[in-house]
Each structure stands twice: as C-alpha cells, then as structure tokens.
Design a protein around this ligand. Structure first.
Ligand SMILES: Nc1ncnc2c1ncn2[C@@H]1O[C@H](COP(=O)(O)OP(=O)(O)OP(=O)(O)O)[C@@H](O)[C@H]1O
Ligand SMILES: [Mg+2]
Length: 303
C-alpha cells in the first residue's frame, strides 16, 4: 500500500468577480511508505493547495487523495499523519509544552508516554529552555520549530510538511534535515514542499516538480543528478613554459604548474587517451554538472 495516493486531483478556486483560478490540474502521484519525497515548485505553483487537499482541509473540484489507504475526506485519514501547515500559528497564550500536551491528548496518547515524547521532541527541536514561556514571546524560527515538534510527538507513520525549513536559519535548516533523515531511517514517509532545491538534494529519495498546477517532472534525485553531468574539469601537471593541447583542447586556465582543461562528456575518452599516452600526470578530475537548481529553473521556464 502507498502511504499517499493522489489521483486526478483538480482544484478550481473562484477568484474576484467569479474569475476562476485552476490551482491544480489533474495531479497524479503515489508516495511509498518509507519514502522521503520533495515537492518542489515556485510560488503559486499549487504545493499548499495539494497538501491541503491531501489533508482533507479543502474539497477537490475532482479527483481524490488518500493517506494509508483512507480517503482524505475521512477523519481517520489524519490519524496517522503529522502535519505542518505553511505559516503555522498557534494559541499564543499557551507555552510550547502546553501546546504539545494538547496535541498529544488529541491523538489520545497515554499520559506517561506523552510526557516522555514531549520531553524528547522539545529537546530535539531546541525548545526545552523556552518550553514554559507563552508562545507569543517566541521568535519566528521558534514558532516554526514548535510546528515541527507537534508533528513528531505522536510518532505517526506519515509526515506532511508544508515548507518545513521556512523561516529557519542555517542551523535550524540543518536540524530539520537531520530530523527528516532520522525519520527516513525509521521507515517513515515524509512528503514535504519547498521552493529551495538545496533542501531536497541531500534528504529526498524522489523529487516532484510542480509548475502552474501541473506536475512537470518526477524522478529519483540521483537520476536527476546523473543526467545533469555536462563535462569534466581536468587538472594536469604541466611545466609553466609548456603550452600543450590534448584532443585539440587548449587549457582553460593555468595556475603555476597546473593546467585546467574543460572536457565535454563526448571528448572525455579521446582527451584522457592522449593524456595517458603522453605520460602527463593527472592531478584532479572534477565533474561539472547541471545542478538541481538549473534543472528546476529549466522546467519552470519551459512551462
Ligand atoms: N483560497 C483561495 N482562493 C483563490 N485562489 C487561491 C486560494 N488558495 C490558493 N489560490 C491560488 O491557487 C494557486 C496555488 O496556490 P498555492 O498556495 O497552492 O501555491 P504554493 O505552491 O503553495 O505557493 P507558495 O510557494 O507561495 O506557498 C495560486 O494562484 C493562488 O493564488
Ligand atoms: Mg504554499
């Protein structure tokens, strides 16, 4: 069974003066249990709309979504989910500790377990010191971390996170990536949205790119990275006085006794063959790749 199933999901909003906005145009997506899936798209692409539909917070115009085999329109679908909304806002007169206790009680957690888990997640998200202060005194990053803490407390199988790294500093972002990697190790499913490619590169198994309400690509991160190799930067040891070419290629740059050659994928074998035959020492071969950011931008520009 897939952790999340989305089939032909469409959402049309009525805008001003009854103008229609097609926020989602027939989305199909399956996310397996134990998978970390990054949902990447520019502002207004339809990420939050998709997430709200999966969570049953919006009614689809057509199509359907389910979580762990239960239709999103049913309350039971939300039992196995930790959900972080975009721009989370909480009852700010409560402290983080009180709020976490409230969330745990909604999931009917047994008191001793809730106390233990609450301590774990507050410490993990570096909120332990501030746990008794009302949340109105928290910084934006702290509120975001409370948002993540409340997804973890009941230890669900599925995590649906709308921009979990938003509003966090580099240390906070690294912490969230670590938490996602931990969840992955424990076989949990994480579906999270972002518009920052760096966030998905290190933690995701697969990435889906959504542009203007349509999914334009879904692939494993390593396939995207592999298909993005454009050439190699080869560093050779050559005396400063020696200006040599191999396979017709001149050096791009010379620094002391090192010459750097840019070699496209197609000429790599011929180039290395001539270098080896001449006995010149190879110091370094760097792969020059189109990164995820370029891949993402090219898809957004094509759409
Ligand atoms: N309640 C609404 N009424 C009318 N239009 C809406 C509503 N909610 C979303 N939209 C429109 O649907 C489209 C998708 O919005 P959505 O919030 O899903 O984008 P997003 O990918 O989450 O963007 P962001 O990265 O800025 O959070 C946008 O054009 C938005 O203006
Ligand atoms: Mg959004």
């Amino acid at each position: 069974m897939n952790a999340i199933e989305i089939a032909g999901l469409c959402k049309q909003f009525k805008g001003k003066r009854m103008a229609k906005v097609d926020a989602l145009k027939g989305l199909d997506l399956q996310i397996e249990a134990g998978e970390v899936f990054g949902f990447l798209g520019p502002n207004g692409a339809g990420k939050s709309t998709t997430i709200k539909l999966v969570m049953g917070l919006l009614q689809p115009t057509s199509g359907s979504a389910s979580i762990m085999g239960i239709q999103s329109t049913e309350t039971g679908a939300r039992r196995s989910v930790g959900y972080l909304p975009e721009n989370p806002a909480f009852y700010d007169y409560l402290s983080a500790e009180e709020y976490i206790a409230f969330v745990g009680s909604q999931f009917r957690m047994e008191a001793a377990l809730l106390k233990r888990r609450s301590e774990d997640v507050l410490k993990r998200l570096e909120l332990w010191e501030a746990r008794k202060r009302p949340m109105r005194s928290y910084s934006k990053g702290m509120v975001q971390r409370v948002g993540l803490a409340q997804t973890l407390v009941h230890d669900p199988a599925v995590y649906i996170l709308d921009e979990p790294m938003s509003g966090l500093d580099p240390i906070g972002r690294a912490l969230v990536k670590d938490i996602i990697l931990d969840l992955k190790k424990r076989g949990k499913c994480v579906f999270f949205s972002t518009h920052i490619t760096d966030d998905v590169e290190k933690v995701c198994d697969r990435v889906g790119v959504i542009v203007k309400g349509s999914l334009v690509a879904v692939d494993r991160v390593e396939n995207i990275m592999r298909s993005g190799v454009e050439g190699y930067l080869v560093h050779l040891r050559l005396p400063e006085t020696e200006n040599r070419s191999f396979a017709g290629l001149e050096p791009l740059r010379r620094v002391g006794s090192t010459s750097e050659f840019y070699v496209s994928c197609g000429s790599f074998n011929a180039f290395m063959g001539q270098v080896n035959a001449s006995g010149v020492e190879v110091l370094l071969v760097e792969t020059k790749r189109r990164d995820l950011e370029d891949f993402f931008l090219s898809l957004v520009n094509q759409a």
